[in-house]
Design a protein around this ligand. Structure first.
Ligand code: ATP
Ligand code: ZN
Length: 286
């Protein structure tokens, strides 16, 4: 049946809640997948498969699913020729090499002849080959960070976000191999009907992700300051200006990128803005 698109998402783990939230923010309704392996949306031509994240690339490749949400790290480790359709901006992390805190470290030559525990043998092998280093890669599938403590390895190659897990296991991060975030992937050639559904999903995703990346800002300013304040704001077009009941004052409405927010707020205050309100945006269509 080609008139529905099948998406694979993580059944339970760090990606599952945000993956489901993102689809729901796109207005797609479906049941939770606590028991079932598959759910069908009643208001969008999408079926959901709840899987282990490591299985997602293979299932998208072999056609069991058409698209999927997973970490870039897992896609790269799979080495399958799938297309990255959109970066999704959550589950940011990196794949790093870490060694016991007490060891001295200068450069990757440290790893020559050492035993490294990892769940990412392919990515690690490529990294070491690049540097011309021969190490002994020990593949384990969970709790990699305890390997040095129990004498299983000299070092680990593992996912890091804050570094606190490494630290509490007596390890320090010494090389960053890869940056990762959640992505939407697709099989290279989808039937035309499915491509159409994917386009329509992407349109919704874009409006949700754009909205998350921006804030709606309303502020008051004396009319003679409006121009210099407008120049600070990189709005969707020009800001909307509405006169206030108080003579000589206006309210200015605009949209600000979340990442510029604090910098610009200071500039705006210095330029004479008062009563600044900042609000989340639900959907944003350019
Ligand atoms: P599964 O049971 O599905 O195989 P898992 O244990 O392999 O799950 P999780 O720990 O749920 O995987 O992590 C899923 C993905 O989330 C990782 O592949 C990575 O992209 C990202 N991730 C892992 N750890 C972190 C972290 N500390 N911070 C942010 N993102 C992370
Ligand atoms: Zn996994």
């Amino acid at each position: 049946m080609n008139n529905r698109l099948k998406i694979a998402i993580q059944k339970s783990g760090r990606l599952s809640e945000q993956s489901k939230k993102l689809l729901r923010d796109c207005g797609i309704r479906f049941s939770n997948g606590k028991q079932a392996l598959i759910a069908s949306s009643g208001n969008f031509p999408l079926d959901l498969l709840y899987l282990r994240d490591d299985d997602i690339p293979r299932y998208v490749e072999d056609g069991t699913a058409d698209i999927g949400i997973l970490g870039e790290n897992v896609l790269i480790e799979s080495a399958l020729p799938l297309r990255t359709v959109r970066k999704l901006g959550f589950a940011r992390c990196r794949l790093s090499l870490a060694i016991p805190k007490s060891e001295n470290y200068n450069d990757p030559a440290f790893f020559e002849g050492r035993k490294i525990a990892t769940s990412y043998p392919k990515i690690l092998t490529n990294f070491l080959n690049d540097k011309g280093i021969n190490a002994n890669i020990h593949r384990i599938s969970g709790s990699v960070e305890i390997a040095p403590n129990i004498g299983l390895a000299d070092a680990v190659c593992d996912i890091v976000s804050s570094g606190s897990t490494l630290f509490s296991n007596g390890l320090k991060e010494v090389e960053r191999i890869l940056e990762s975030e959640a992505i939407l992937i697709a099989r290279d050639r989808l039937p035309a009907e499915k491509e159409v559904i994917l386009e329509s999903l992407l349109f919704r995703l874009e409006s949700v992700l754009q909205a998350q990346a921006n804030k709606y800002v309303v502020l008051n300013a004396p009319n003679d300051k409006l121009e210099s304040i407008s120049n600070i704001l990189p709005g969707m077009r020009s800001p909307t200006v509405v006169p206030l009941a108080e003579k000589g004052w206006s309210a200015l409405h605009s949209v600000l990128p979340e990442n510029l927010f604090w910098n610009l707020i200071d500039e705006l205050r210095q330029a004479g803005a008062e009563g600044i309100l900042v609000m989340p945006i639900e959907k944003m269509i350019r």
